[in-house]
Design a protein around this ligand. Structure first.
Ligand SMILES: Cc1cc2nc3c(=O)[nH]c(=O)nc-3n(C[C@H](O)[C@H](O)[C@H](O)COP(=O)(O)OP(=O)(O)OC[C@H]3O[C@@H](n4cnc5c(N)ncnc54)[C@H](O)[C@@H]3O)c2cc1C
Length: 542
């Protein structure tokens, strides 16, 4: 085979997983080439830059937080379930402190400033927070804040990626931009290279237009996918018109780290129809091509129906005092749980949900608006507290306005307000009456009995000002010890690895903030390390 570029390890996709795979492979002494359809960054660069880590990290210790790997494992077990073997999860937790240190050694900054509120994303004053449902699950494992937000203003994923990208280049990795992988090349079933379409030889204006148009379409794609798709159309045309074949040889291994499939309407429709109405938490590059590259090479895919649908009730945190109900007026779950867990519960009930709140709660929420939100959260919260709710002086009246069962709502609100968990109520547990509010932190257990009453619409529907973001979690099946892509019969495709959202990983059952990027780091490093250690392919092998 006549290769245009050759390396020991070839990584497809330059987001968090690809950068971590490349860094690890380069550190192991391999020559590495990273291919990206655009210029890198992917969803990682648009993200909040939150990394789930614990077990006593330096930021946790600086904040005076006590945490252990065992407590982290205990909690994550409830989220991760059996999508990875227990020993893989244990290793992730045991290595968490050193993983954060590794990121810091590559220039990614963290800080132990603890956020006092339960929030979807802390403001620029705080960089450590409860990013999952740890408090709600405190009977299972001692809770600790493990959301480590990269220290940088705004959504700090851009900074996280910039630092990883700079480290990757410093490590001598060859980054080949504007190059789309279209096929994994196999020799006797072993991955030996990647066939690409590249704009490397295209006129400068075509390359510039391709770069700028993609960049301009990314944000609109997040908020108004139709507009983003329209703006991105010329990008595909430029690739078809000016793309030229490029063959990249991989002596030791190919790592697929090309993101998820949230940007593909076809794949979402086929595998995750429940995500309809949500906004894809993705870039146009998350078109599932990583998944398709792997399956075309013989790999199996799993958990494609697992999508994380986010429905955050906070900020402002006062809203967590309310009661989340379905169309029958029945309480849905502990309102303090993580937004993806709440989203899951809402989807399971047909996608419709409202938060019942009394006037005292609404007033407190309004007061918290400025101090507890970043601009995009403020916009959303303002909408919810004005146009996004209906009000009435009675419980039956507000139920009628929202179109939910008034008797069901009256029964739920009555039971909620009379629950023994309220301060001054009868003690809960074996000595007292059982409480439905178990799990909800005591400071959020506040009777909702001050009219007028509101029902805030938290249904999963496509709305610009209160979107339900959707993240795809499934992907290629991999060996959790090595990251090698597995066929349906459980055997490995030699030389082929997958990482990040192109693969099944730690967050593939349920997502909590930071667990996707943490998994990208964990699985990316694993794939890079093992690909590097694989025996070299020589033509005589074929
Ligand atoms: C707004 C937003 C906020 C988020 N916040 C968080 C958070 O705070 N914490 C968290 O854990 N997760 C968060 N997520 C999710 C998280 O960002 C992603 O799941 C994760 O970054 C995926 O990383 P990745 O390396 O797998 O893929 P990506 O970062 O998407 O990188 C994939 C790369 O592959 C390239 N590519 C795709 N196809 C090809 C191809 N055929 N050939 C060559 N290159 C290709 C793409 O151009 C892209 O650069 C957020 C996501 C969004 C959108």
């Amino acid at each position: 085979m006549q290769w245009d570029i050759e390396a020991d390890v070839v990584v497809v996709g330059f987001g968090a997983a690809g950068a971590c795979a490349a860094l690890e492979a380069a550190a192991a002494g391999s020559s590495v080439a990273v291919l990206d359809r655009f210029t890198g960054g992917g969803a990682t660069a648009l993200s909040g830059g939150v990394v789930y880590a614990g077990g006593g990290t330096p930021p946790q210790r600086a904040a005076g937080v006590t945490d252990t790997a065992a407590a982290m494992f205990g909690y994550l077990r409830t989220e991760v379930g059996d999508v990875v073997p227990p020993e893989t999860l244990r290793q992730f937790c045991d290595d968490s402190v050193s993983m954060l240190g590794w990121l810091e050694s590559h220039g990614v900054p963290f800080e132990g400033s603890l956020c006092p509120d339960k929030t979807s994303y802390p403001t620029n004053r705080h960089y450590l927070y409860y990013s999952g449902s740890e408090i709600s699950a405190r009977d299972v494992a001692p809770p600790a804040p493990r959301g480590h937000r990269t220290r940088g203003r705004g959504t700090s994923g851009g900074l996280l990626f910039a630092r990883l990208a700079a480290a990757t280049r410093r490590a001598g990795v060859q980054v080949v931009g504007q190059t789309k992988a279209v096929r994994v090349i196999l020799a006797d079933g072993r991955a030996i290279g990647v066939e690409c379409r590249s704009l490397r030889g295209a006129p400068w204006w075509a390359r510039t237009a391709h770069r700028l148009l993609h960049r301009a379409a990314r944000k609109p794609f997040l908020y108004v996918p139709k507009a983003g798709r329209l703006m991105h159309r010329p990008v595909g045309w430029l690739e078809r018109r000016y793309g030229r074949p490029l063959l990249v040889g991989a002596a030791r291994g190919v790592v697929i780290a090309a993101g998820g499939f949230g940007g593909s309407r076809e794949l979402l429709r086929a595998h995750a129809p429940s995500a309809r109405g949500g906004l894809p938490l993705a870039t146009p590059g998350d078109d599932g091509s990583g998944l398709l590259l792997g399956t075309a090479a013989g790999g199996a895919a799993a958990l494609l129906d697992r999508v994380s649908v986010w429905r955050f009730l906070s900020p402002p945190p006062a809203l967590l005092r309310g009661v989340l109900v379905d169309v029958d007026g029945k309480r849905i779950c502990d309102e303090s749980r993580y937004g993806a867990a709440i989203g899951d519960e809402i989807v399971r009930r047909g996608g419709r949900a409202w938060l019942f709140a009394d006037q005292a709660t609404i007033t407190a929420a309004r007061r918290q608006l400025r101090g507890s939100t970043l601009w995009f959260q403020r916009l959303q919260a303002r909408y919810l507290l004005t146009f996004g709710r209906v009000t009435a002086d009675t419980v039956a009246g507000v139920a009628a306005k929202a179109g939910i069962d008034p008797d069901g709502l009256a029964a739920t609100v009555g039971a909620y307000n009379a629950d023994p968990a309220h301060p001054g109520g009868e003690p809960a547990g074996p000595a007292g009456k059982p409480t439905d509010l178990a799990g909800k932190p005591a400071d959020l257990v506040v009777a909702q009995d001050q009219p007028p009453y509101s029902l805030i619409d938290f249904s999963i529907r496509a709305r610009l000002l209160n979107p339900a973001p959707v993240l795809t979690l499934g992907g290629l099946v991999v060996d959790h010890g090595t990251g090698q892509v597995l066929r349906a019969d459980g055997t490995a495709v030699p030389g082929l690895y997958a990482a990040g959202r192109s693969a099944v990983g730690l967050c593939s059952r349920s997502y909590v903030s930071g667990l996707s990027i943490a998994d990208c780091v964990f699985s990316g490093r694993r794939a890079g390390h093992h690909a590097s250690a694989a025996s070299e392919f020589t033509p005589a092998d074929s």
